[in-house]
Design a protein around this ligand. Sequence first.
Ligand SMILES: Cc1cc2nc3c(=O)[nH]c(=O)nc-3n(C[C@H](O)[C@H](O)[C@H](O)COP(=O)(O)OP(=O)(O)OC[C@H]3O[C@@H](n4cnc5c(N)ncnc54)[C@H](O)[C@@H]3O)c2cc1C
Ligand SMILES: NC(=O)c1ccc[n+]([C@@H]2O[C@H](COP(=O)([O-])OP(=O)(O)OC[C@H]3O[C@@H](n4cnc5c(N)ncnc54)[C@H](OP(=O)(O)O)[C@@H]3O)[C@@H](O)[C@H]2O)c1
Length: 531
Amino acid sequence: MSANPQILQILPDNAPFTLEQRTWLSGLFAGLLGLDQAVTPLSPAEAAALVPGLLPAPAGPADESPITWHDPGIALAERMKLAEGRSVRMQLMAAMAQQDCGQCGSSCEEYSGQIFDKKEPRLNLCVPGGKDTSRMLKKLLEEVGAAASPLAADVTPVAGAAAGRSRDNPVTATVVSCTLLNRKGSEKETWHVEFDLTQSGLDYVVGDSFGLMPANDQALVDAIIAALDAPPDFPIGGRTFREVLSDGVSLSPAPDMLFQLYSYVTGGERRQKAKTLSAGGDPDGDAESLDVLAAIEKFAGIRPDPEAFIEALDPLQPRLYSISSSFKAHPGRVSLTVDAVRYKIAKRQRLGVASTFLAERAAPGDKVKVYIQKAHNFGLPADPAVPIIMVGPGTGVAPFRAFLHERMATKAPGRNWLFFGHQRHDCDFFYEDELNGMKAAGVLTRLSLAWSRDDKDKFYVQDRMRQVGPDIWSWLSEGAHFYICGAVRMGQDVERALVDIIVEHGSRTADEAIAYVADLKKRGRYQTDTY
Ligand SMILES: Cc1cc2nc3c(=O)[nH]c(=O)nc-3n(C[C@H](O)[C@H](O)[C@H](O)COP(=O)(O)OP(=O)(O)OC[C@H]3O[C@@H](n4cnc5c(N)ncnc54)[C@H](O)[C@@H]3O)c2cc1C
Ligand SMILES: NC(=O)c1ccc[n+]([C@@H]2O[C@H](COP(=O)([O-])OP(=O)(O)OC[C@H]3O[C@@H](n4cnc5c(N)ncnc54)[C@H](OP(=O)(O)O)[C@@H]3O)[C@@H](O)[C@H]2O)c1
């Protein structure tokens, strides 16, 4: 990046920010620009474009903006500071993880609005926000008084959408196949999973995500039953204890309520520890590692009633996966590209619930509860002639495989350029034959690859982008849409590389390049799906 030496003030004096916001924004911009300090003042419009919702919205209550916290890169405590003095609705929104990922069923703004309007009683739906978000939501609602709290039992969840179109109203799909995409020698385990949708009547468009209800690992369920020394067939609401543990509750992070339960049924030092844990404290420095089984083992010997135990757990949540197929190319089918999450804590192997459910527990012919989560601002350009640049390392390639299949099926004349990367060329090149085939057929105009672990030094998709910067600039100048899918951090680094490319090859200053990208975003020409 071309460093700009004339630093110190990035925001104009009359920009509508508090000192705190100003300091934070300067740090953000300096970081984005790769500078130690800030550069020439940005216009409020440029600043607003860089941070969504930064400036007051033209219409709406003054209290509702600027939404300076709507950025997944800002920590919860900082977001809450930025939201200080705002309405409760806005503070509830600031407590969300700001990814607009759709796992709660909508956007951060919609979910917080539903909680505020008492249409949504569940405070634990923000998956990326996790326990920190649900604790903050609870605290905010308690602050405005129990009477105003939507936790009251008579509140019913938001009315369900059409069948198969919402997490609250799933339909059934059939597993067709599950194929490993990595080859021997890989450190990764990524699966291509196919479902048959014909009986469900579902369809989708490329860019949408697929939601599914997983089941827990049976070995973990057995271990929990054994650790509690509880009867597996204990009746709970018409089902057995084992059945509810299998697919009704989350066995991952131990919820505050479970520690609360332990604090009620034990005494002395253990009671104090349980109380501290239930309030988000960490008396023994192991709170992060406590899934449900580890919590039971920590309070070994205590045998809560199975029904009370189940009530203290969180419901098992659905998981979302980017759709990697096109309904137009393969009607009645949907495919996913799933990285199996496995890691070890204190000698015990932990399993990501849904990813390992798909990888090892769901067999061909099995029925799974599923739904389509519509994409917000992530999809192909309406004009099939518009060129597209797609950056999707790892499983981030999923929606772009769908885009390419769609463009092939619809004979779209637009040029397509894919940046794909992963750890090693020889074992982590997903869909290699297919992508090479599409390249040979002219559907994939360019395929640019980056292997991070083939050489001594890391080499990422954004490093490849910098090498071909003039061509990226030329595609953008010709109206290309730019897409990123994959990890949040990668998305931020790719955006920074794009700004650099625009500075270098588009003859813009850093501010102008940032404003250029902001303008692309505003026009829907820069779309991201990062988590
Ligand atoms: C819109 C959207 C699209 C998505 N698309 C895809 C996709 O195409 N492909 C894909 O693979 N995923 C995708 N995901 C992610 C996916 O939804 C799941 O989050 C992912 O598969 C993990 O879920 P799980 O149930 O297997 O793991 P979980 O049971 O939810 O466990 C994951 C959790 O385990 C913990 N964890 C993980 N690794 C470690 C570690 N090394 N050490 C300590 N703790 C750890 C973290 O707390 C992490 O949040 C998408 C997510 C969204 C929101
Ligand atoms: N659509 C989605 O929601 C989505 C998409 C992607 C991933 N995920 C989640 O993320 C997890 C891992 O994903 P994955 O298997 O796709 O691969 P990944 O582990 O994210 O890695 C893919 C490639 O990106 C590289 N990389 C790491 N940091 C980067 C950065 N800052 N900039 C550019 N490239 C970077 C990796 O290199 P090194 O590892 O060598 O550093 C690797 O070569 C999965 O559990 C999945 O659930 C979700």
